[in-house]
Design a protein around this ligand. Structure first.
Ligand code: NDP
Ligand code: MG
Length: 380
């Protein structure tokens, strides 16, 4: 029997690459459900090509022959809950993935998770649901996939630290004062990975790595003191785990998201993939640099959010998400993204996240504070 896969966010960068993997492994996997937000043309095309049974879109769309079509804001959550799928791939961007994640968990099966915002914001709520329903999370995010694999080499109590690598983005060699003049074109030209627009911006600001610090803490249950970041511009070593005896286990490959996507589907099995083989003799040098917490305040704020707990991780994500929107809208400039998040941090009153509504309220407050920051800047 083939495994049935639902891809939430199938029209995005991760979603499309997941379909490439499924096409390669069509003897073992088939598509059950697909979802998108507004790109209904591509969604319809994918649904026909992969013979999907159910699809979901936020934007209204016309019916398709023999395919059940769900529409509206909650359609992805509805599809997530459909227990006919053996694996749900969570490739929706942003906090919009939180409800679909919580619904998919209720099926008690595997969730191959690319979305980091839902883990960062979902915190205890996600953990409690995982325990209650016995669902399994397998990470797709390349750093988390690397750590997931490196952690198979020892016992939990033998782990000294997790070392997340970061490419440093396109500006890692620039000084702080040189960053004010960078163009959006430069921001969106990532040196090693080809990804969606928001995560590419997050790589340039280092908020992506900040989110991954919190994501790693959530996934692997280690505190901030056991998670380090190392700049590695070639993106060959995807992350590492250092053990108590001094051994460091690293996970390496050429940067290609189809590899961690495939592993998240097939784990614990490995099969031939679409990724080009790594030839270290062609790569030549691998370099590593300490991550400067003063230069990258996105990292400093991430550790602060993790240590403070409560709603701070939600505010970290929400303020960055809103600041990114304002940046793409031409309302604030590049360096204001971190200033806007710091502004929101200074003014947020922490509270416990007991329900999804608490999380959405903290997210709303983060957006409001960033808008307040932008309005004050506009007046100056
Ligand atoms: P994209 O922006 O390329 O794709 C996002 C997908 O989510 C699209 O299918 C989009 O639909 C859908 N979507 C957006 N908003 C909503 C919503 N409100 N409700 C339902 N569906 C929605 O993002 P990426 O593929 O780059 O990233 C997806 C997630 O994976 C992010 O959380 C990112 O951080 C993470 N990730 C991505 C990596 C990458 O290489 N791209 C690497 C590691 C992690 P539509 O096309 O119709 O707008
Ligand atoms: Mg990553």
């Amino acid at each position: 029997m083939k495994k049935r896969v639902t891809i939430l966010g199938s029209t995005g960068s991760i979603g499309r690459q997941t379909l490439e993997v499924i096409a390669l492994l069509s003897d073992e996997y088939e598509i059950y459900g697909l979802s998108a937000s507004s790109n209904v043309e591509l969604l319809a095309e994918q649904a026909k090509r992969f013979s999907a049974k159910r699809i979901a879109s936020v934007k209204p769309m016309e019916g398709l022959n023999n395919i059940d079509v769900l529409t509206g804001e909650d359609s992805a959550s509805e599809l997530a809950r459909d227990a006919n799928a053996d694996i749900v791939v969570l490739a929706i961007s942003g906090i919009a993935a939180l409800k679909p994640l919580l619904n998919a968990i209720q099926n008690g099966k595997r969730i191959a998770i690319a979305n980091k915002e839902s883990l960062v914001c979902g915190g205890d709520l996600v953990d409690e649901a995982l325990v209650k329903y016995g669902a399994e999370l397998v990470p797709i995010d390349s750093e988390q996939s690397a750590i997931f694999q490196c952690l198979k080499n020892g016992k939990r109590e033998e782990v000294k630290r997790l070392i997340l690598t970061a490419s440093g983005g396109p500006f890692f060699k620039l000084k702080l004062e040189e960053l004010s003049g960078v163009s959006m074109e430069q921001v969106l030209a990532h040196p090693t990975w080809n990804m969606g627009r928001k995560i590419t911006l997050d790589s340039a600001t280092m908020f992506n790595k900040g989110l991954e610090i919190i994501e790693a803490a959530r996934l692997f249950k280690f505190g901030a003191d056991k998670i380090d970041v190392l700049i590695h511009p070639q993106s060959i070593v995807h992350s590492m785990v250092e053990y108590c005896d001094g051994t460091v286990i690293a996970n390496m490959s050429l940067p290609d998201m189809r590899l961690p996507i495939q592993y998240a589907l097939s784990y614990p099995k490995r099969t031939a993939s679409l990724a080009r083989p790594l030839k270290l003799e062609e790569v030549g040098n691998l370099s590593f640099f300490k991550a400067d917490m003063e230069r990258f305040s996105a990292l400093k704020l991430a550790y602060a959010a993790l240590n403070a707990g409560g709603g701070y991780p939600v505010v970290y994500n929400g303020a960055n998400e809103r600041a990114a929107e304002l940046y793409f809208g031409g309302i604030i400039d590049f360096l204001d993204i971190e200033n806007a998040v710091a502004y929101a941090f200074d003014r947020y009153e922490n509270s416990k996240m007991r329900s999804i509504n608490d999380i959405l309220d903290a997210d709303f407050e983060a957006h409001r504070l960033v808008d307040e920051f932008a309005a004050q800047k506009g007046k100056k």
